[in-house]
Design a protein around this ligand. Structure first.
Ligand SMILES: NC(=O)C1=CN([C@@H]2O[C@H](COP(=O)(O)OP(=O)(O)OC[C@H]3O[C@@H](n4cnc5c(N)ncnc54)[C@H](OP(=O)(O)O)[C@@H]3O)[C@@H](O)[C@H]2O)C=CC1
Ligand SMILES: CC(=O)[C@@H](O)[C@H](O)COP(=O)(O)O
Ligand SMILES: [Mn+2]
Length: 382
């Protein structure tokens, strides 16, 4: 029985992680979970999965849950609450499905406690990949990728040596506006941006997908997870999201992982690795029904965010922290209809230009730079 801590249980990845747990009650047990503000869903999840510990964002919601559940569940709150969920003594594996760099501290804390980490929360790796991977190596902790592209690469690399890799090829759907010219992006709406062609995901990552920053963040995520230089990480447009990513080796052999777009597959693989468990639900991949798979070269002028991400990743140090924090704030402002779609990347470009980099930022420096970058974005909007 694997005992699970889950950060972000009410989100898209969180609820699908609970689907996997629900489907295999003999394999998995939910020990602890964190939610943000969706208390109604949290109540249902507590009733169904009976975790020992729950963390909520506000003290007010903490009191509400305490009133409702009494001593049946321990309730904590705030950022410290996320850490408590992550390091609960009964947890074997932490699924980090929270959104944003708020996931960094609990991840580092869980690694220090030698918990396995199933990581969906890419912002944590982008903002402080060097700290997370150093801590994981020092503690002998494997970072198990949940992101579909990284799970694909992880599976393609099974039994392979890093030294044999020629390049990683991340596939990209192109997002909600893939059929629009750059000029047409001037007037797009939030509602249009939230309409991803292949995946049903949380709002922030869906906007990231539309700007292609999602793929930029994933390039940095791949750099840290697989210890591969940026020059050996490519992006390929593939509009069906059937090939989740590929690895090319020096002998020119290419390994790809395929499947229907269903995040429960990589979530479950991260939880069962190195074994596989049967899935009773979900569609099988029928390539004869699909018929054709499409591929196209990426235009960096059309998708500027991804160029900024490569640039920040190659510069390294504190630049990816700035990229991530600026993006989080700019996307939030777009979702709140305070800025236009194209302003997201303009603001990120400005934040990166303004920043004077630090080479090997400490955790304290990262937290400070993250806040400064958010303040910078607000100073441009407010
Ligand atoms: N969705 C997907 O298919 C994929 C997602 N990912 C990555 O997984 C992560 C999660 O994405 P997704 O599930 O789509 O996101 P969602 O927005 O659907 O869910 C986010 C979760 O985090 C909680 N949360 C939000 N803000 C805070 C905060 N400040 N403090 C504590 N908890 C908070 C939310 O709580 P509440 O709702 O209760 O407020 C919710 O449980 C992201 O890093 C994303 O890039 C990667 C690959 C695919
Ligand atoms: C499901 C998943 O892993 C997302 O990160 C997905 O990759 C988004 O799709 P695109 O970024 O390719 O549009
Ligand atoms: Mn992905």
């Amino acid at each position: 029985m694997k005992k699970i801590g889950l950060l972000g249980s009410t989100g898209s990845i969180g609820t699908q992680t609970l689907d996997v747990i629900r489907e295999h009650p003999e394999q998995f047990l939910l020990i602890s979970m964190s939610v943000g503000q969706n208390i109604d869903l949290a109540k249902k999840q507590i009733q169904e999965f009976k975790p020992k510990l729950v963390s909520v964002l506000s003290d007010n919601d903490k009191e509400k849950l305490k009133l409702e559940f009494g001593d049946k569940v321990e309730v904590v709150s705030g950022h410290e609450g996320l850490v408590e969920v992550a390091v609960h003594e009964d947890v074997d594996v932490l699924v980090n499905a929270v959104i944003g760099s708020v996931g960094l501290k609990p991840t580092l804390a869980a690694i220090e406690e030698k918990k396995q980490i199933a990581i969906a929360n890419k912002e944590t790796l982008v903002t402080a990949g060097h700290l997370v991977t150093e801590a994981a190596n020092r503690n002998g902790v494997t970072l198990l990728p949940v992101d579909s592209e990284h799970s694909a690469i992880f599976q393609a690399l099974n039994g392979e040596r890093t030294m044999d890799i020629e390049r990683l090829i991340l596939t990209a759907s192109g997002g909600s506006f893939r059929d629009l010219t750059r000029d047409a992006l001037k007037n797009v709406t939030v509602e249009q941006a939230l309409n991803h062609p292949n995946w049903s995901m949380g709002a922030k990552i869906t906007i990231d997908s539309a700007t292609m920053m999602n793929k930029g963040l994933e390039v940095i995520e791949a750099h840290w997870l697989f210890n591969i230089p940026y020059e050996q990480i490519d992006v390929l447009l593939h509009k069906e999201s059937i090939i989740h990513s590929m690895v090319e080796f020096h002998d020119k052999s290419v390994m790809a992982q395929l499947g229907t777009p269903d995040m429960r597959v990589p979530i479950q693989y991260a939880l069962t690795y190195p074994k596989r468990l049967e899935r009773l639900n979900g569609d099988r991949l029928n390539l004869w029904d699909i018929g054709t798979l499409n591929f196209a070269k990426l235009d960096f002028e059309r998708y500027r965010s991804i160029a900024y991400a490569y640039e920040a990743g190659k510069k390294g140090g504190s630049f990816p922290t700035v990229l991530n924090a600026a993006n989080e704030e700019a996307v939030a402002a777009f979702l709140n209809k305070r800025i236009s779609f194209l302003e997201i990347e303009r603001l990120i470009e400005q934040a990166l230009e303004y920043h004077v980099g630090i080479k090997q930022p400490t955790l304290e420096e990262i937290i400070e730079i993250d806040q400064q970058s958010r303040d910078f974005i607000h100073s441009k909007i407010d």
